[in-house]
Design a protein around this ligand. Sequence first.
Ligand code: DGY
Length: 320
Amino acid sequence: MKPKIIITREVFDDVIDYLKQYCEVDDNQADAPYTADALAAKLADRDGVMCALTDRIDAALIARCPQLKAVANIAVGYNNIDVPACSARGIKVTNTPGVLDDSTADLAFALMLSTARRITEVESYIRNSEWTGWRLKQWLGVDVHHATLGIIGMGRIGQAIARRARGFDMKVIYHNRKRVAPEIEQRVNASYASMDDLLAQADFIILQMPYSPETHHLIDAKALAKMKPTAILINSTRGGVVDDKALVAALKNGVIRAAGLDVFEGEPKLDPGFLELKNVVLVPHIGSSTEATRRAMAMTAAKNLVAALTGQKPPNWVNP
Ligand code: DGY
């Protein structure tokens, strides 16, 4: 008998076709997010779930799903899943590392360039038919090239960002929970800095560490006050690593120059203060959102799920 699974959100058709070769599949191509109760009801007699970061797979849900054996997240981050609770029940958890590194690094760079050169501000100016002619001191931005980039979180995506910074002749410093191997530092041309030094020296700061209780509000009012008043902050990792209220206040009061944000605390809701500010570029959690990458993520999750439910070792097993 094939294992029974659900897919919680819309995915590409070929991913469903692949899964159907191995599993009995209940999909959700209508893409209406399940409430916690609906998800528990759907999963009550299912062996596996392919889920997204919008689904909370917590201890309460797990307790209501006695058959559940595998949870395949379509994301590299898995802070939406209570991994210890899964492990305690012997439920395999998987994620999708690797396939989204370059797209996410591209987006971090796009946010850095657009905040530095005020792209969204000037685009509205043109769309509002306000442009009457060229002026020397019009819409002055700041240079990305030759600036100092501070990357917090030097995993695969952090390294992909550092590689891109080379093309812009940037000086790259980084902070990471553990200093990375000297070969990596050399390859990506980045030097280690303490958190305080990074905050004090960087012109651009990109956050790329995973979200966890330890990184909750890592960037708070105190950390923002340690940055240069000309600093630009990019959050391309997870809402919650920045205290968004403190960031709104810092942007309003000139504590830092600007911010580029792909992620927000409590998204899709966001602090209304952001909408009143011109010095912030806002995009809706699209770091990995290219067609090729989202396809690769969904297929990676599908392969992880099939492996987990057919007695093989899933390639991206988070809790082996
Ligand atoms: C991830 O994989 O964690 C991304 O945030 C999803 O887009």
